[in-house]
Design a protein around this ligand. Sequence first.
Ligand SMILES: C[S@@+](CC[C@H](N)C(=O)[O-])C[C@H]1O[C@@H](n2cnc3c(N)ncnc32)[C@H](O)[C@@H]1O
Length: 383
Amino acid sequence: MTPAARAAAAIAILDGILAGQAAEAALIRWARASRFAGSGDRAAVRDLVFDALRRRRSRAALGGALSGRGLLLGLCREEGADPATLFTGEGHGPPALSAAELAAGRAPTPAEALDLPDWLLPLWHEALGAAAEPVALAMRDRAPVWLRVNLRRADPARAAAALAEEGIATVAHAELPTALRVSEGARRLSGCRAYREGLVELQDLSPQLACALLPEQGSLLDFCAGGGGKALAMAARGAGPITAHDIDAGRMADLPARAERAGVRIRLAAPGKVAGRFDTVLADVPCSGSGTWRRSPEAKWRLTPEALRRLLSVQGGILDQAAGFVAPGGYLAYMTCSVLSAENQGQAHAFLARNPGFEPVAERRFTPLEASDGFYLALMRRR
Ligand SMILES: C[S@@+](CC[C@H](N)C(=O)[O-])C[C@H]1O[C@@H](n2cnc3c(N)ncnc32)[C@H](O)[C@@H]1O
């Protein structure tokens, strides 16, 4: 596909997303209907779409419209490229720009340049203070890819060597050597042997750093296990026995296969059927995902004040429920992939205020400025 044809595809996909389609679903639908597109084309179109979503507000201002065409015109103007190179009006390229389109567009206001919705700005500033602008700007760029070395299968040096044999270059984190940043070849990961044989798992740096702060040994309940990323990380560090639970059992469907690949044992509990007490209970609750908007940029624009209010109420309820499974002297680890105070300190501090039987042990918030995704951990202990 020519660059112009890729732009035309991105424009159509973005229009679908702006009309309410989920980004991944819209990309898959396009790829299925476009057998002529090779893997390089699919990757390029995906990048155009996700880059546009990360910078939706500022690009719409620059391009003069919140539409697929406006966002791609905004890209040209942001990069100082001649729009006529993409809007060719020839072959499979987008139709040439009209005089009205060429006349539209302006520099983004300071608020638009942060690429956040207006309603969120006060919460963002309140949560991040002096880091508010740099973190917002970081969210406009692509996230790095991080791997977690599975110590049950390999040490970091062996895992890195196995990846390198397949053209995937990595750099180990200075303080957490089991965390490898992929510096080259990320697109080869899913098919590579090191991944298929469980030497490494895809996991962002921030949750890896957070899991490293939890007690290594003892029984563990992952109360909101989802795909099981945290349960697998804790199993690889030596915790056990491990029980995974989720209100939606379907979310854990891949966990048995992932555990087998990783060479660890994880018991699944049916929804609402957890029994007993545990040395550590992990509550990785549903949240706004505001720390992960580099990876899921459409979520940034779909979040509403009402949805955030609902999440806050769900989070508080889960914390209270999860606390009931903590053994005396045991730990409750509350986690979100958000940077917003109400979802983080707000929840943890309110929980401690209504549960004097628990005391705070550690609290960490990560942002893309010091780790990778935004993430929060509050570690509490039952007295
Ligand atoms: C942030 S995701 C968990 C991600 C997962 N821990 C991982 O590392 O891959 C939150 C999960 O909480 C689950 N959930 C929502 N409400 C719940 C509840 N009341 N009890 C238990 N799980 C719940 C959701 O189904 C979702 O899978």
